[in-house]
Design a protein around this ligand. Structure first.
Ligand code: ADP
Length: 893
């Protein structure tokens, strides 16, 4: 167990609880002491400054007194400068200003001329002593200014360390005349310095300009004139006038907090020093106390916490131990005494409840064990029957699952049959009726076709239909019909058991019925699917092979179907078409209309159900299309709309032809009929008697006009046949020379053949044509007529022919007006004439070449022209050669 025990938990909690206030209070105290220490340091600084002021004032007063004395002496005339009078003056100063240990006057040669006080008994008097060697004497003599000496030892201070103030004295001629010296009483200075309270462990020091102690608490240092300028703090005063810091004291050999200040004009230094330890004593004391308190509290709380926890722990341990036993499955009677060892009342209650609960658990456990045993028995029974059901389900599932995996129905029935054999331990076979076998199951290798729709006639078994009687139990095999909707599709034949003679169980029989029903459903589905597929394929084939284009639009106005003709007709690729909306489709088609008219607009707005439009195709040719809209609906539900687009170019052309023919009739028939009518009316006049010659002339004119009408009618009939695709030719072996000769003879009188010259260049070796003799003559007559008609001089017509592997090419060359290249192709169109005005004179109808082209094409041949305006034209007709091996029979093309 990695988790800490309750006892440790409690102990730690107590310790934390106790530590928090101590830490908080200790921190506050440390903070306060720190502040107090800082204040204290500030106070030391101020005391130092005050001391410096006091020392400065003190020397200022004494210097002033000596200077006043010198002035007084300088002012007295020589007769009054007696020793007595000077001594009196010295005395007066000494008495008025305490602090001088002695005062004396020195004459210009250095001898002491007056002294106060007198030398004490046993002491060498100063009078007469030569002080000219003293540095202060030299200084004053040289500079004639007041000099304050550094600390020195001499008779002036009774051989004790002393400081003297020396001031020059002048004669009445204002000449330097010696000096007055006041020696300061250092005892007084010491009194001045020590009268301030510096605090515990603090001491003041006064140093002269050379670093000797004027006052030092260690008297020996002053007495011995020890030079303290080596002390670190004195070093600092050379660069700073005042300051505070931690310095090592050479005298006390300890770290001190020192505050110092330099007295400017004197060059003296005062400092107050205090042991660093003392300065920080309060702070370290508090810290120590806090730490000790912390440790004490810690120990105390650990002990107290431990004791408290121990009391709780006993009971809890007992409970833990007991639960452990329970967990291990040992249900012994709990020891009640465990809980009563000084534990709190609540814990005892808890233990009591717990023990009672444990008792109940023990009871329940026993009951549960019994129940469990009973359940186990029941589960064993159920498991057995479930495993059987599971196997059955697996087999049925096997039948159904492949519907998703798209496996062949035969394959999965076969799989399931294999499982079925395993389940009932018998041979199982499937017999299907020929109708069923013809579906996709035809490939099912286990199936055997049977002619008998009724399985009950099986000699070795009994039928297991819904009405089967229980007597069949004694028979080992069975035949189960596969039925659906009253139709028997086949049967499942169950063989006898080879290993044992056991009969089919109830479960086996029930499951066989379920199996047969499922197989029936699958077979029916499969049959339905095949027939739907077949129907779909048929419908699709019908739609795809339609010559009309069809497009279907769903209720959301999206294209859902379009046949191939639709993509061909409008040149829109299928994928693009199937992603279009109805609107997009109409605008795509409108883009192909040269001029979308009102009829089209009304159609796209669904105001009309039919429309006709002209479309420009890929090759730039115009085609005419009629479109009809229809509703797609069934079972009272509308699925959308459909559009059928029919190419009516042909019909349109036929219409145009009819119109052309009608106008031809009205134009061309009018003249001959009028002339016939005139001739006949003349002959029929009752009042006139015509001679025979005139009558003959009139009748010949009528005859010619009738012939002309007949020709027109023939042309009309021919072109109608050609347009309707009904031009038939009666082919036979024909010689070129023979049809050329016949054609020349057939040329009508009015053609002007008598003026024309024919040059025939026909090889006698030329192959025979496979052609309709009369029709070929008609073509040649037509070409000859044109050659004469479109000729402004004497017509010369040269006819030649040559052959290749399959064709004979007949060339009809004239010396006529020729045809410009832009007309060369069009002259074969019906009613096309190069020069309409001239043809009116020449009497052409524009049908001759169109008919010729129709006749030659009906032969499987070709007609073309080579021409240049002014240099004649050559028409070349290519007609198939006759082949003997094709037989002599007359073919109709
Ligand atoms: P048409 O009855 O006007 O002769 P065709 O179909 O026979 O009708 O001829 C069509 C047009 O071709 C004529 O109108 C004429 O302009 C031109 N054409 C036909 N044959 C010749 C030719 N040999 N020389 C010049 N132009 C010709």
């Amino acid at each position: 167990m990695n988790n800490p025990s309750l006892r440790l938990h409690l102990t730690i909690t107590f310790a934390i609880l106790a530590l928090i206030p101590i830490l908080v209070l200790g921190s506050i105290q440390i903070f306060q002491i720190k502040n107090i220490t800082n204040d204290y340091n500030k106070t030391q600084m101020q005391t130092t400054y005050r001391l410096a002021d006091a020392v400065q004032t003190y020397t200022y007063y004494h210097r002033n007194a000596v200077e006043t004395l010198a002035t007084t002496i300088s002012a007295s005339s020589p007769p009054f400068r007696t020793r007595e009078s000077m001594t009196l003056k010295l005395q007066s100063v000494k008495n008025n200003l305490p602090g001088f240990s002695g005062l004396f006057v020195v004459n210009r040669s250095g001898g002491v001329s007056a002294q106060f006080p007198e030398a004490a008994a046993g002491q060498k008097p100063l009078l007469g002593t030569d002080l000219s060697g003293r540095s202060y004497f030299q200084n004053v003599k040289a500079a004639e200014t007041t000099t304050i000496t550094p600390l020195f030892r001499g008779p002036e201070g009774a051989d004790k360390p002393a400081i003297a103030i020396a001031v020059p004295v002048y004669s009445d001629q204002k000449q330097w005349d010696g000096l007055v010296v006041g020696v300061l009483d250092l005892q007084e200075v010491a009194r001045l310095v020590t009268k301030y309270d510096y605090g515990t462990d603090a001491y003041p020091v006064v140093l002269d300009a050379e670093g000797r102690a004027i006052y030092h608490p260690e008297a020996a240092i002053s007495d011995s004139l020890t030079d303290l300028s080596g002390e670190p703090v004195v070093q600092d005063t050379k660069t700073h006038d005042q300051g505070q810091g931690k310095y090592r004291s050479g005298v006390y050999r300890q770290d001190e907090l020192v505050t110092y200040k330099k007295i400017g004009d004197l060059g003296w230094t005062v400092w107050v020093g205090r042991s660093y330890k003392a300065a920080n004593a309060a702070f370290t004391d508090t810290l120590q106390t806090t730490i000790i308190l912390l440790v004490l509290t810690l120990v105390l709380t650990v002990v107290v916490g431990n004791l408290l926890a121990k009391r709780l722990n006993g009971t809890i341990h007992a409970l833990v131990g007991y639960t452990q036993k329970l967990a291990d499955g040992i249900f012994s009677v709990p020891d009640k005494k465990l809980a009563s060892r000084g534990a709190p009342y609540e814990l005892q209650m808890l233990a009591d409840h717990f023990f009672r609960m444990a008792g109940q658990i023990r009871e329940n456990q026993r009951a549960l064990i019994e129940l469990n045993a009973e359940l186990e028995n029941r589960v064993a029974d159920r498991t057995q029957s479930l495993s059987r059901k599971n196997q059955e389900l697996e087999i049925v599932n096997g039948l159904l699952t492949p519907i998703m995996t798209r496996r062949n129905a035969g394959e999965f029935i076969e799989d399931s049959m294999a499982h079925l054999r395993g389940l009932i331990h018998r041979e199982v076979r499937l017999r299907l009726h020929p109708l069923t076998v013809s579906t996709s199951l035809g490939r099912f290798k286990d199936a055997e076709a049977t002619a008998a729709p009724d399985g009950a006639s099986h000699p070795n078994g009994s039928a297991l239909g819904s009405g089967s009687d229980s007597g069949s139990d004694s028979i080992s095999g069975a035949i189960v019909p596969i039925q659906t909707g009253g139709q028997t599709l086949g049967s499942i034949v169950v063989g006898g058991n080879a290993d044992s003679d056991s009969t089919l169980t109830d479960n086996d029989r029930k499951f066989l019925l379920t199996f047969a029903n499922t197989v029936a459903i699958i077979l029916q589905n499969d049959m339905l699917l095949s027939s739907i597929r077949h129907e779909h394929a048929t419908l699709n084939a019908v739609l795809e092979s339609m010559s009309d284009a069809i497009v279907l639009i769903d209720a959301d106005r999206h294209v859902v179907y379009a046949n191939r003709r639709m993509t061909e007709q409008f040149g829109i690729p299928m994928p693009q078409l199937l992603s279009m909306t109805e609107e997009a489709l109409f605008s795509a088609i409108a883009a192909k209309l040269p001029e979308p008219d009102d009829e089209w607009t009304a159609f796209t707005r669904k105001q009309r159900l039919h429309a006709k439009c002209k479309v420009t195709g890929e090759n730039g040719k115009e085609r005419f299309i009629s479109v009809s809209a229809f509703q797609v609906s069934g079972d009272g539900h509308s699925f959308g709309r459909g559009y059928v687009w029919r190419d009516i170019t042909k019909e349109h052309e036929v219409d145009a032809l009819k119109n052309d023919l009608i106008s031809l009739a009205s134009h061309e028939f009018k003249t001959p009929i009028t002339s016939i009518k005139g001739g006949v009316e003349t002959l029929l006049r009752p009042d006139a008697v015509w001679d025979e010659a005139f009558k003959k002339e009139l009748l010949e004119g009528i005859h010619e006009d009738i012939g002309r009408i007949q020709d027109l009618i023939d042309e009309w009939l021919d072109i109608s046949k050609i347009e309707a695709g009904a031009m038939r030719v009666n082919v036979q072996p024909v010689r070129v020379a023979s049809i050329v000769q016949s054609a020349i003879h057939r040329l009508p009188q009015h053609a002007g053949a008598e003026h024309a010259e024919f040059e025939l260049e026909l090889d006698s070796e030329l192959p025979l044509l496979k052609a309709d003799k009369l029709r070929m003559e008609q073509v040649l007559v037509n070409l000859f007529t044109n050659a004469i008609r479109y000729n402004q001089g004497k017509p010369v017509i040269r006819i030649s022919a040559e052959s290749d592997d399959s064709f004979v090419h007949i060339r009809v060359q004239d010396n006529g007006i020729g045809i410009a290249p832009e007309h060369a192709d069009k002259i074969f169109d019906r009613f096309y004439r190069v020069d309409v005005s001239s043809s009116r004179q020449t009497g052409g109808t524009g049908l001759g070449l169109a008919i010729s082209k129709g006749i030659i094409e009906a032969h499987g041949g070709r007609i073309r022209v080579e021409s240049e305006p002014g240099s004649g034209s050559t028409f070349i007709i290519s007609v198939p050669k006759f082949r003997w091996e094709e037989g002599h029979e007359h073919e109709e093309a």
